[in-house]
Write a protein that binds this ligand. Sequence first.
Ligand code: DAH
Length: 344
Amino acid sequence: MEQKLENIRKDATEKIEKALNTTELENIKNEYLSRKGELTNIKKNLKDLPDDQKRIIGSLSNEIFNSLSVLVEEKYKKLYNEELRQKLEKERIDISLPGSYTPRGKVHPLTQTVNEIVEIFEGMGFSLIKSENSPEVETEYVNFDMLNFPPEHPARDMQDTFYTQNASNVILRSQTSNSQIREMLNHKPPIRVISPGRVYRCEAVSARKNNLFHQIEGLLIDKDITFGDLKGVLNEFIRVYFGSMRPTRFRTSFFPFTEPSAEVDVQCIMCGGKGCRTCSGTGWLEVLGAGMVDVNVLKNVGIDPEVYSGFAFGMGVERLTMLKYAIDDIRLFFNNDVRFLKQF
Ligand code: DAH
């Protein structure tokens, strides 16, 4: 028995010395020192030995177990450190190398303005219109007729419209006001929506005009809505958008779909009302059109004007962005020159 134990010691010691990596060493450890290993087996069977042998074999096998454990432990540390060293060598990272540069994208300034304006109106209880109620390709009927533009009325010429060739009455919408009609046809009052989007007009492109631009339309229909409500909402919008309490001015105007109608001016943000180039010397900047929804429009969409009233407003996103950031050419928004875009 003693000889057998010494053989185990010898074999195991040799194997441990020869082990080339930690995995091999794990296996050797299992073979000799685990609960199913050879030494454990002998210790388990001690009880079957004669008494005088029990003590000798017992202490010898313990001693071998302990010294092998120490050997395994030491060898493990060596192998582990060597493996770690190799791994670090292989995966070496040169932290002084320049990183690979990924240019960061930015939200387009027009989108920023739309988001900002929508947020302001959401704060006053308006919600974003569903896109299906605000199509860019529209019928003349919804874009004009339903909005109370009479046929042949000169008001139609105020907005030079793009007609499509494949269907005579299908146009690119000239105003986001088409969404008023679709919203009212699809929802019963109370209505309180905001509707941003692209509009198209067949115009010569210049520093002030592009044939594609953006508008934001607002519509509120409920019982007992007055011009006072319109003024309150728009004054609040202007206060938040332009950042301080700026004087506003409601000027009488005309739109076929509102009565009465108004154009809203804000005191010039460049000169504070003294008169400058931006405001053409008037001291005022026109920022939006608005009015009480015309009774004819309510009738067109089947809303009873005896019960409900409401207001609408529309504003140009490019214009509001240009005023806020003192941009003097609308074409800058559409050229996609990153030197311009990354300033926002
Ligand atoms: N649709 C008008 C335009 O493009 C702007 C406008 C004026 C919209 C008055 C409105 C409004 O909703 O009430 O010139």
